[in-house]
Design a binder for this molecule. Sequence first.
Ligand SMILES: CC(C)(COP(=O)(O)OP(=O)(O)OC[C@H]1O[C@@H](n2cnc3c(N)ncnc32)[C@H](O)[C@@H]1OP(=O)(O)O)[C@@H](O)C(=O)NCCC(=O)NCCS
Length: 144
Amino acid sequence: MIEINLLKLNFHNKEFSHVRDIRESVFHRELGISKKDLFDEQDETCDHFLIFDGKQIVGSVRMRSIKKIIKLERMAILKDFRTKNYGKNCILQLKEYYSKIGYSKIILDSIYSVRNFYKKCDFIEEGEVFQRVGIDHIRMTLTF
Ligand SMILES: CC(C)(COP(=O)(O)OP(=O)(O)OC[C@H]1O[C@@H](n2cnc3c(N)ncnc32)[C@H](O)[C@@H]1OP(=O)(O)O)[C@@H](O)C(=O)NCCC(=O)NCCS
Protein backbone atom coordinates (compact mmCIF):
# COMPACT_ATOMS: atom_id res chain seq x y z
CA MET A 1 0.00 0.00 0.00
CA ILE A 2 1.13 3.55 -0.77
CA GLU A 3 2.91 5.37 2.07
CA ILE A 4 1.49 8.49 3.63
CA ASN A 5 2.43 10.42 6.76
CA LEU A 6 0.07 12.05 9.19
CA LEU A 7 0.88 15.24 11.10
CA LYS A 8 -1.25 15.64 14.23
CA LEU A 9 -2.06 19.20 15.17
CA ASN A 10 -4.55 21.29 17.04
CA PHE A 11 -6.65 24.32 16.24
CA HIS A 12 -4.03 26.73 17.60
CA ASN A 13 -1.09 25.45 15.50
CA LYS A 14 -0.18 27.67 12.56
CA GLU A 15 -0.50 24.62 10.28
CA PHE A 16 -4.27 24.71 10.91
CA SER A 17 -4.35 27.20 8.01
CA HIS A 18 -3.81 24.20 5.69
CA VAL A 19 -6.91 22.54 7.14
CA ARG A 20 -8.82 25.74 6.35
CA ASP A 21 -7.58 25.71 2.75
CA ILE A 22 -8.46 22.03 2.25
CA ARG A 23 -11.97 22.34 3.69
CA GLU A 24 -12.63 25.42 1.56
CA SER A 25 -11.41 23.67 -1.56
CA VAL A 26 -13.20 20.34 -1.04
CA PHE A 27 -16.31 21.10 1.01
CA HIS A 28 -17.10 24.63 -0.17
CA ARG A 29 -15.83 25.03 -3.74
CA GLU A 30 -16.29 21.40 -4.79
CA LEU A 31 -19.29 20.18 -2.79
CA GLY A 32 -21.04 23.54 -2.44
CA ILE A 33 -21.32 23.46 1.36
CA SER A 34 -21.80 26.91 2.85
CA LYS A 35 -18.67 28.53 4.31
CA LYS A 36 -20.41 28.96 7.66
CA ASP A 37 -20.67 25.15 7.97
CA LEU A 38 -16.98 24.45 7.34
CA PHE A 39 -15.82 25.13 10.90
CA ASP A 40 -17.46 24.86 14.31
CA GLU A 41 -16.61 25.13 17.98
CA GLN A 42 -15.57 21.44 18.05
CA ASP A 43 -12.50 22.36 15.98
CA GLU A 44 -10.98 23.91 19.09
CA THR A 45 -10.87 20.59 20.96
CA CYS A 46 -10.53 17.95 18.21
CA ASP A 47 -7.33 16.26 17.05
CA HIS A 48 -6.57 17.40 13.50
CA PHE A 49 -4.40 15.55 11.01
CA LEU A 50 -2.75 16.76 7.83
CA ILE A 51 -2.10 13.96 5.35
CA PHE A 52 1.20 14.04 3.40
CA ASP A 53 2.32 11.86 0.51
CA GLY A 54 6.01 12.47 1.27
CA LYS A 55 6.19 15.64 -0.80
CA GLN A 56 2.99 17.58 -0.32
CA ILE A 57 -0.18 17.92 1.68
CA VAL A 58 -2.93 15.79 0.13
CA GLY A 59 -5.75 16.07 2.66
CA SER A 60 -6.97 16.49 6.20
CA VAL A 61 -9.31 14.96 8.75
CA ARG A 62 -10.38 15.65 12.32
CA MET A 63 -11.02 13.17 15.13
CA ARG A 64 -13.42 14.01 17.94
CA SER A 65 -13.46 12.09 21.19
CA ILE A 66 -16.95 11.44 22.54
CA LYS A 67 -16.51 9.57 25.82
CA LYS A 68 -14.91 6.21 24.88
CA ILE A 69 -15.63 6.54 21.16
CA ILE A 70 -13.74 8.46 18.50
CA LYS A 71 -15.66 10.17 15.68
CA LEU A 72 -13.98 10.76 12.32
CA GLU A 73 -15.12 14.02 10.71
CA ARG A 74 -14.36 16.36 7.78
CA MET A 75 -12.30 13.76 5.90
CA ALA A 76 -11.01 15.28 2.67
CA ILE A 77 -8.46 14.23 0.08
CA LEU A 78 -7.71 16.95 -2.47
CA LYS A 79 -9.15 16.16 -5.90
CA ASP A 80 -5.81 15.62 -7.66
CA PHE A 81 -4.80 12.94 -5.15
CA ARG A 82 -7.90 10.76 -5.04
CA THR A 83 -8.16 7.01 -5.71
CA LYS A 84 -4.48 6.49 -4.87
CA ASN A 85 -5.39 4.79 -1.58
CA TYR A 86 -4.38 7.82 0.50
CA GLY A 87 -7.76 7.94 2.22
CA LYS A 88 -7.79 4.24 3.06
CA ASN A 89 -4.20 4.30 4.29
CA CYS A 90 -5.01 7.32 6.46
CA ILE A 91 -7.92 5.51 8.10
CA LEU A 92 -5.74 2.44 8.74
CA GLN A 93 -3.13 4.63 10.47
CA LEU A 94 -5.77 6.43 12.52
CA LYS A 95 -7.27 3.11 13.57
CA GLU A 96 -3.84 1.90 14.73
CA TYR A 97 -3.13 5.15 16.59
CA TYR A 98 -6.47 5.34 18.41
CA SER A 99 -6.39 1.62 19.18
CA LYS A 100 -3.02 2.11 20.93
CA ILE A 101 -4.40 4.88 23.11
CA GLY A 102 -7.39 2.85 24.24
CA TYR A 103 -10.22 3.31 21.74
CA SER A 104 -11.98 0.33 20.18
CA LYS A 105 -14.57 2.02 17.97
CA ILE A 106 -14.59 4.73 15.29
CA ILE A 107 -17.88 6.21 14.16
CA LEU A 108 -18.58 8.67 11.34
CA ASP A 109 -21.44 10.20 9.40
CA SER A 110 -20.64 9.46 5.76
CA ILE A 111 -21.94 11.50 2.87
CA TYR A 112 -24.25 8.85 1.46
CA SER A 113 -22.67 8.84 -2.01
CA VAL A 114 -19.19 8.01 -0.65
CA ARG A 115 -20.27 5.30 1.80
CA ASN A 116 -18.64 2.60 -0.36
CA PHE A 117 -15.26 4.21 0.31
CA TYR A 118 -15.79 3.68 4.04
CA LYS A 119 -17.05 0.14 3.41
CA LYS A 120 -13.69 -0.54 1.74
CA CYS A 121 -12.16 0.59 5.04
CA ASP A 122 -14.33 -1.99 6.88
CA PHE A 123 -16.96 0.40 8.26
CA ILE A 124 -20.54 -0.84 8.34
CA GLU A 125 -23.70 1.19 7.84
CA GLU A 126 -25.93 1.81 10.83
CA GLY A 127 -29.43 3.30 10.98
CA GLU A 128 -31.33 5.48 8.57
CA VAL A 129 -30.21 7.99 5.96
CA PHE A 130 -30.45 11.55 7.29
CA GLN A 131 -29.81 15.05 5.98
CA ARG A 132 -27.07 17.41 7.11
CA VAL A 133 -26.08 20.64 5.32
CA GLY A 134 -28.55 19.63 2.60
CA ILE A 135 -26.73 16.37 1.81
CA ASP A 136 -27.78 12.75 2.55
CA HIS A 137 -25.64 11.09 5.22
CA ILE A 138 -25.49 7.73 6.97
CA ARG A 139 -23.87 6.72 10.29
CA MET A 140 -21.10 4.13 9.90
CA THR A 141 -19.06 2.29 12.52
CA LEU A 142 -15.81 0.37 12.76
CA THR A 143 -15.15 -1.75 15.84
CA PHE A 144 -11.67 -3.17 16.52
C1 LIG B 1 -14.02 10.03 -0.03
C2 LIG B 1 -12.52 10.30 -0.13
C3 LIG B 1 -12.01 10.72 1.26
C4 LIG B 1 -11.83 9.01 -0.55
O1 LIG B 1 -10.42 9.21 -0.54
P1 LIG B 1 -9.45 8.53 -1.61
O2 LIG B 1 -8.06 8.74 -1.16
O3 LIG B 1 -9.80 8.98 -2.98
O4 LIG B 1 -9.86 6.98 -1.46
P2 LIG B 1 -8.90 5.72 -1.65
O5 LIG B 1 -8.08 5.91 -2.87
O6 LIG B 1 -8.17 5.45 -0.38
O7 LIG B 1 -9.98 4.58 -1.91
C5 LIG B 1 -10.04 3.35 -1.18
C6 LIG B 1 -11.04 2.47 -1.88
O8 LIG B 1 -12.33 3.12 -1.86
C7 LIG B 1 -12.80 3.33 -3.21
N1 LIG B 1 -13.38 4.66 -3.27
C8 LIG B 1 -12.75 5.86 -3.16
N2 LIG B 1 -13.63 6.87 -3.25
C9 LIG B 1 -14.84 6.30 -3.43
C10 LIG B 1 -16.16 6.82 -3.61
N3 LIG B 1 -16.39 8.14 -3.62
N4 LIG B 1 -17.17 5.93 -3.76
C11 LIG B 1 -16.96 4.59 -3.73
N5 LIG B 1 -15.72 4.03 -3.57
C12 LIG B 1 -14.70 4.88 -3.43
C13 LIG B 1 -11.55 3.24 -4.07
O9 LIG B 1 -11.87 2.87 -5.38
C14 LIG B 1 -10.72 2.22 -3.34
O10 LIG B 1 -11.18 0.92 -3.67
P3 LIG B 1 -10.15 -0.34 -3.80
O11 LIG B 1 -9.59 -0.52 -2.40
O12 LIG B 1 -11.00 -1.45 -4.26
O13 LIG B 1 -9.10 0.10 -4.77
C15 LIG B 1 -12.22 11.41 -1.19
O14 LIG B 1 -12.80 11.02 -2.41
C16 LIG B 1 -12.74 12.79 -0.82
O15 LIG B 1 -12.09 13.53 -0.09
N6 LIG B 1 -13.92 13.16 -1.36
C17 LIG B 1 -14.51 14.51 -1.19
C18 LIG B 1 -14.86 14.81 0.24
C19 LIG B 1 -15.72 13.77 0.87
O16 LIG B 1 -16.71 13.31 0.30
N7 LIG B 1 -15.34 13.39 2.10
C20 LIG B 1 -16.08 12.42 2.87
C21 LIG B 1 -16.97 13.12 3.81
S1 LIG B 1 -18.00 11.96 4.68
